[in-house]
Write a protein that binds this ligand. Sequence first.
Ligand SMILES: [Zn+2]
Length: 215
Amino acid sequence: MLTEPGRCATLPPMTASESAAVSLRSRLIPVGLVITAALIPGFGTDRAAASPFPLRLADSLTHDFCFDASVPASPSVERQRMRDALSYLDDATDFSDLDGGTSCTSTRDVVFFYQSVILNDPNVRGYAPCWTWINSWVCGQAWVIVSPVAISAQSYGYGQLNYEINMVKTIRHEVGHTVGLFHDYADDCMISGRVPDDFKYMVYNSHNIAHINEY
Ligand SMILES: [Zn+2]
């Protein structure tokens, strides 16, 4: 099992379907990251290769966010999970959060979307591409796209504890990508794939919090 610099390897490798979802994403990695790859020796687009921290940097320590219309206002839990993810980032790290409501201006740091099928793959649960690169490392606006349909299909259904844990885990995981985190194999929300009923998968571990606060 390959690990990234400074990462802990404590969990078993991903299943074949989880690996397939991840490698699909690495094939569709944003253009800016490919440019970055060309500039940095040893940094390829293959996600399984050793990857540097950070994946990308946010452009400021205020992480403001907004909701695309695809994330329904009702029931309120749909947007509240996302607000909670940013509120948690605010509480746990040096970042502060700012709720931009449905005002998705070009300078918003994070725009939340729902999509039933992401990247034409029903197994992809979430995706966080950088939409606006300020330079090859710094992302001005990241999109956080979540598929409740995929997450439901891979857990025990809407309204169940495992669905809720995996929804929260996925949202915080994708937000983690927007502040530079890559995947790890440790017990926190940056692990890739479905997680069991354990609240430890809803938080960033101390290792990742230290990375977020590094810059
Ligand atoms: Zn991820």
